[in-house]
Design a binder for this molecule. Structure first.
Ligand SMILES: Cc1cc2nc3c(=O)[nH]c(=O)nc-3n(C[C@H](O)[C@H](O)[C@H](O)COP(=O)(O)O)c2cc1C
Length: 170
């Protein structure tokens, strides 16, 4: 694997990509730069933000490069979301997928994204508010939706780092 490639809207996927780059010494490219710089077929680890269950630019990345693993950065990293991300993005069972909680701040959103999240965010807030014993992650999602917040933490890279250390010669 030769590089980390990411797509980020509000900065959390970028933050994870840079932290992972620092830990692995792999070069880190934003999507547009990767397309211009890297050869087709290059082995990459792809990090992208989640938009309605889709890892943004992942399908394009799979066409152009050899994606060895995927990190999906969303509001939730729940098992439920993981299963739906795998199905929605047509990821084969043997494709390593790492879910990471990113940041959310509705004041940073514009246009279509802002409009979409107004509707989805309200429904999500209602759903999570109704859970009687909420996990720490669920509490943070509520805070994110109401006032904004970030779940970006270095320790959330532990699983992908362990995977990388096991097979980095590939
Ligand atoms: C239009 C839109 C749709 C989203 N859909 C999802 C989703 O399906 N699942 C999820 O966990 N997070 C979803 N999110 C939250 C973002 O994935 C989350 O804020 C992420 O951290 C953004 O990453 P970035 O900071 O790299 O742009 C959505 C956000 C927006 C604006």
């Amino acid at each position: 694997m030769k590089a980390i490639v990411y797509t980020s809207n509000t900065g959390s996927s970028k933050a994870y990509a840079e932290m992972l780059g620092a830990k692995t010494a792999l070069p880190v490219y934003a999507w547009d730069d990767a397309v211009k710089t890297l050869d087709a077929g290059t082995g990459i680890l792809y990090i992208g933000w989640l938009m309605a269950g889709e890892v943004v630019n992942l399908a394009k990345a799979q066409k152009k490069f050899t994606v060895r693993a995927v990190c999906a950065v969303g509001m939730t990293s729940s098992k439920e979301m993981e299963a739906s991300v795998r199905t929605r993005n047509k990821l084969p069972a043997d494709m390593p997928l790492f879910m990471m909680q990113g940041a959310y701040d509705k004041t940073k959103l514009h246009g279509m994204y802002r409009f979409a999240m107004k509707i989805v965010g309200a429904a999500l807030e209602k759903k999570i508010s109704a859970i009687p014993a909420r996990t720490e992650e669920e509490e943070l999602i509520l805070t994110m939706l109401r006032v904004g917040g970030s779940g970006v933490k270095e320790e959330k890279l532990n699983a992908v780092l362990a995977w990388y250390e096991k097979g980095k010669e590939n």
